[in-house]
Design a protein around this ligand. Structure first.
Ligand code: G3P
Length: 501
C-alpha cells in the first residue's frame, strides 16, 4: 500500500491532537496542543475559533510531516460536539468566538421555548431535550447579536456551523461547506426520521436554511486540502464525526449489545441502535454515525459529575493537591480497605443532576453516616457513585425495546482504577472491557476514513480495533449489590428532595 496512513484530528474542548494511524490500526505519530476556554460572564463559555484552527493546523502539519505527506491517504476529524460558530462566507472571518457546548447564554431563549410548550415537538423531531447545550439556540443567539444577522444569513452571507464544518471550510480553502450527520444531529435542527434540516425546527429557532452546511455521511469524500500553510494540497478529508460517537465506533463499530461509557469529569453513556425511537424521554436519541451505507442511531445519557464528584470529595477532605499517580493509588487502596461503605452514599448532583433524572434543582448529598464512618467510606462512596450513576442510565436504556447489553466498553482516565472496573462489572452483572488505546475518538474517525477509502468491510475493520482488557462480573456479588443499589436509589431521591419542597 503506497499510502498506508490516515491522519486523524481529534479536536476536543481542552486540547487538540493529531495521530497518524497505519494500515494495522497502530498509532505511529502524534502531536497535541492545549486549547483555551474563556468565561467572560457567569455561565458563558467561549473559544477563539481562529486559535482553534491554528492549533488544529499545527498538530496536523506536525504529524503529516513526521509521517511523510506522500504516505498519507486521507484526513479524518473527530470533534467536540454542539459548539457553534458563525462566519462570513466571503473570506471566512468568524462573527464572534465559538460558543462552547458548555455555554449557557442561550438559557433564556430555551426557557421561552419551554414556556411556549415546544419541548415535546422538539424532542419528538430531533430526539433532544430543550437545553442551551445544543447548537440551535446558540446559533440563534449569534444571529440576534450580529447586525442584521437574520437577513444576512437568509441571503447566504453568513455561515453557521458546528466545529467539523468550521474546520472543513478552512482545510479546503473555503470550497466545502459541509458537516456530518452526527454533528448535524446535535444541533437540534435535524429531523431524526428524515435526516434532513427540519423546516419546523428552522422556523422555531429562527435559523435560515441558507446559512447551514450540506449534511453528508460521516464516512464521505468531504473535500481536499487547499491553501493551508505547510500542508500539501489535495489530501482528501474522508471522515468527520462527533467525538463521543467516534469513541463508540472505535470500541466495536457499534455492534449490538456493546454500550460505551467514557469516564471523565462527566460521563457519556451511549448505546448503538438500528432505528431512532424517542419513547425514552429520560435520554437523548441521536444519530451515532452514517458510514456511507447506513445510519446507526444512538441512545445517550450524559452525567455531569462522575470524575468531578471524586475530585470534589478529595478537595473537601483536604487532599486536593495530590498528583494523579497519588490519587490513583489512594482511590484503589482506600475502597479495598473496607468491605463496604456500611450504608454511606454520596450523590454528586453538584450543579443538579443529568441523565436520567434531569433536575437542575437537585443538590449533592452525603447520607448514611455513622460514628464509625471515615475517609475510606467517603472515598469509596464517591467511587461507587460513578458506577451507580452509569447503572442508572443503563437502567433507563433497558426500557428501549431494541436495547441489549452484552459488554460495557469503557475509556477515559478513571478507568485506570482497577477496583472501580471490577465494582462496575459486579454492579451491572456484565463484563466491563477497557480499551487499550487512549486515542479512541481519533481512531474511530480514522476507521471511518478507511471505510470511505473502500476495499475494507466491517470484519476487516474489526481486526484493526485495539484490544480490550476485560473484567468479568462476580454474579454472587452482583446479587448482593442489588440491595445496595436500592439504597443508592433512595439516596438519589433525597438529593432531589429540594426540587419538590
Ligand atoms: O471535548 P470533549 O472530549 O470533552 O467532548 C465534548 C463533547 O463532545 C460535548 O458534547
Amino acid at each position: 500500500m503506497d499510502k498506508p496512513l490516515i491522519v486523524a484530528l481529534d479536536e476536543g474542548t481542552s486540547n487538540v491532537k493529531a495521530v497518524a494511524i497505519d494500515a494495522r490500526g497502530e498509532v505511529v505519530a502524534k502531536a497535541s496542543l492545549p486549547l483555551r476556554l474563556a468565561t467572560p460572564k457567569p455561565g458563558w463559555v467561549e473559544q477563539d475559533g481562529e486559535a482553534l484552527l491554528a492549533a488544529s493546523f499545527t498538530v496536523l502539519r506536525q504529524v503529516i510531516n513526521e509521517a511523510g505527506a506522500r504516505h498519507v491517504a486521507a484526513l479524518a476529524v473527530s470533534n467536540q460536539r454542539e459548539t457553534a460558530i458563525g462566519w462570513l462566507r466571503d473570506g471566512g472571518r468568524p462573527l464572534s468566538p465559538a460558543l462552547s457546548w458548555q455555554c449557557s447564554r442561550a438559557a433564556p431563549f430555551c426557557e421561552q421555548l419551554r414556556r411556549d410548550r415546544q419541548n415535546e415537538i422538539i424532542r419528538s423531531t430531533t430526539g433532544l431535550p430543550v437545553a442551551p447545550l445544543f447548537s440551535a439556540p446558540k446559533m440563534r443567539w449569534l444571529l440576534d447579536n450580529t447586525p442584521q444577522g437574520q437577513a444576512r444569513a437568509a441571503r447566504g452571507e453568513i455561515c453557521l456551523g458546528t466545529i467539523d464544518a468550521w474546520l472543513l471550510w478552512h482545510l479546503t480553502g473555503g470550497e466545502q461547506f459541509r458537516c456530518d450527520y452526527s454533528n448535524a444531529a446535535r444541533t437540534q435542527l435535524v429531523n431524526l426520521h428524515t435526516l434532513e434540516w427540519d423546516d419546523a425546527m428552522l422556523a422555531l429557532f429562527g435559523i435560515p436554511r441558507a446559512a447551514l452546511p450540506e449534511i453528508c455521511p460521516s464516512a464521505w469524500r468531504f473535500g481536499v486540502t487547499k491553501g493551508v500553510d505547510g500542508i500539501a494540497d489535495g489530501i482528501p478529508v474522508l471522515a468527520m464525526v462527533g467525538d463521543s460517537h467516534a469513541a463508540l465506533y472505535g470500541h466495536g463499530l457499534g455492534r449490538a449489545g456493546g454500550i460505551k461509557a467514557t469516564y471523565g469529569t462527566g460521563t457519556s453513556v451511549m448505546a448503538p441502535l438500528p432505528t431512532p425511537d424517542m419513547r425514552i424521554t429520560q435520554l437523548a436519541t441521536t444519530l451515532a454515525w452514517h458510514d456511507g451505507a447506513r445510519a446507526v442511531y444512538g441512545l445517550e445519557g450524559n452525567i455531569p459529575h462522575t470524575g468531578d464528584g471524586l475530585a470534589w470529595m478529595l478537595q473537601a477532605m483536604g487532599h486536593g493537591t495530590l498528583d494523579e499517580a497519588q490519587r490513583l493509588e489512594w482511590f484503589q487502596r482506600l475502597p479495598q480497605s473496607i468491605a463496604s461503605t456500611d450504608g454511606v452514599y454520596f450523590v454528586p448532583a453538584l450543579t443538579g443532576s443529568g441523565a436520567p433524572w434531569w433536575d437542575d434543582q437537585a443538590r449533592g448529598i452525603i447520607c448514611g453516616l455513622s460514628r464509625g464512618s471515615g475517609p475510606a467510606h467517603l472515598v469509596r462512596a464517591a467511587l461507587e457513585a460513578i458506577a451507580y450513576q452509569i447503572a442508572d442510565v443503563i437502567e433507563a436504556m433497558k426500557a428501549h425495546p431494541e436495547f441489549q447489553l452484552n459488554t460495557l466498553m469503557v475509556d477515559g482516565g478513571p478507568t485506570r482504577n482497577r477496583w472501580l472496573m471490577q465494582f462496575q462489572a459486579d454492579l451491572l452483572g456484565c463484563p466491563v472491557a477497557r480499551s487499550a488505546t487512549a486515542e479512541l475518538s481519533a481512531l474511530g474517525a480514522g476507521l471511518l476514513a478507511r471505510k470511505a477509502l473502500g476495499g475494507l468491510n466491517d470484519d476487516d475493520l474489526l481486526a484493526l480495533l485495539p484490544d480490550h482488557e476485560t473484567w468479568q462480573p462476580d454474579m454472587a456479588r452482583h446479587a448482593r449489590l442489588q440491595r445496595d443499589y436500592l439504597g443508592w436509589r433512595d439516596a438519589v431521591a433525597r438529593a432531589h428532595w429540594k426540587a419538590s419542597h
